[in-house]
Write a protein that binds this ligand. Structure first.
Ligand code: 2E6
Ligand code: F3S
Length: 336
């Protein structure tokens, strides 16, 4: 432990985004209205604390709809699901609430539109991630096109595309902004007519948290990222800090902190992924204060966020409807 107290800089913005706030609230409201069990397809968000907390209240997390009994209430996670899963739930007559982040739904609609036009789509994302599986599952190949998943810049040269109806790209929402820009630039060089969003499909929260952690690396020796190992956006924050030459650790909470990390550290930066609740950040600060006399320094926000996504109508506290009439698939978003 050093003689001078450790200085702590908090990233701002950090932690919960509007999509995570909405998704967690949907599960909480469904538990209140309908009682346990409430089935959730995949972890509602990739955070151990949140998932364990909801599980203790009666949420049951499943991957296969075969594990959902007839007549049950089912919630799709914030990462979204394929069209096939939506159809299966509908056909089974399950009471479904869709907690897919509206910014993921936007990508689904984009991919569906390209498919209808018979185009091929290059999706930039991580293989096996549930958001990528859901987005690929919204591409309807019956119109003649194909969807190609690429993960890194070297994959661009290996693409085989011969579609006279055109080519487009979409991206996962939680990628590294800089790496994605480089991949898109390589796609544009190889396929100058490629269509796509103005920039990419990376969401505001991912962009803002990456900017804020990069800002912290200017002054801090070490970065702690509060978030679970399964969280893509949290991993990207750790990587950005490492790329800036700083030691960085992704931790689920204060219990994961190793005193040895602070041997040569005068300033630590603390941030949190979009699925990590603020209570865990506060526990980390309390731990640093107790172990190293850590003192909080004020850090100006890199940007102030105002985004809010509305709950599905039938789950709003003022809905004034009985649980019996609340059936059906629901989605609703308003950006404020
Ligand atoms: C849905 C879409 C994007 O692993 P990833 O970062 O995608 O997911 P979470 O649950 O850690 O973060 C929120 C989220 C949900 N991001
Ligand atoms: Fe949505 Fe981005 Fe959060 S896609 S769930 S706003 S990290």
């Amino acid at each position: 432990m050093s003689a001078t107290p450790l200085k702590i800089h908090l990233a701002n913005p950090r932690g919960f985004c509007a999509g995570v706030d909405r998704a967690v609230e949907i599960v909480d409201r469904a538990l209140d209205l309908f009682g346990a069990p409430i089935f959730v397809r995949h972890e509602i968000v990739h955070n151990r604390f949140i998932v364990e907390n909801l599980r203790s209240k009666g949420a049951v997390f499943i991957e296969e709809l075969a594990d959902v009994p007839d007549g049950a209430t089912l919630i799709f996670s914030a990462h979204g699901v394929s069209r096939a899963i939506e159809t299966e739930a509908e056909t089974r007559g399950l009471r479904v609430f869709d907690a897919t982040c509206p910014l993921v739904t936007k990508v689904h609609l984009e991919v569906e539109r390209h498919a209808r036009l018979g185009r091929d789509v290059v999706l930039i994302g991580h293989a096996g991630h549930p958001e990528v599986e859901g987005t690929m599952g919204h591409f309807d190949a019956r119109f003649g096109g194909t969807i190609h998943l690429i993960e890194r810049i070297d994959d661009v040269a290996a693409l085989h595309i011969h579609n006279p109806k055109g080519l487009a790209y979409s991206t996962q929402t939680t990628l590294s902004v800089d790496e994605t820009q480089a991949i898109i630039a390589a796609l544009r060089r190889r396929f100058p007519a490629i269509e796509g969003p103005k920039k990419d499909d990376i969401c505001y929260a991912t962009q803002n948290r990456q900017d804020a952690v990069r800002d912290l690396t200017q002054t801090c020796d070490l970065i702690l990222v509060v978030g679970s190992k399964t969280s893509s956006n949290s991993n990207r924050l750790r990587e950005i800090a490492e790329q800036a030459g700083k030691a960085a650790y992704l931790i689920d909470g204060a219990a994961d902190i190793d005193d040895a990390w602070f041997a040569d550290c005068a300033r630590v930066g603390v941030t949190a992924g979009a699925s990590a609740p603020e209570v865990l950040v506060q526990q980390v600060l309390a731990h640093l204060a107790q172990r190293f006399g850590g003192e909080l320094e004020t850090t100006a926000p890199t940007i102030v966020e105002h985004m809010v996504f509305a709950l599905p109508k039938t789950l709003r506290p003022d809905a004034g409807m009985s649980a019996e009439t609340n059936a059906g698939t629901n989605a609703g978003a308003s950006a404020g």
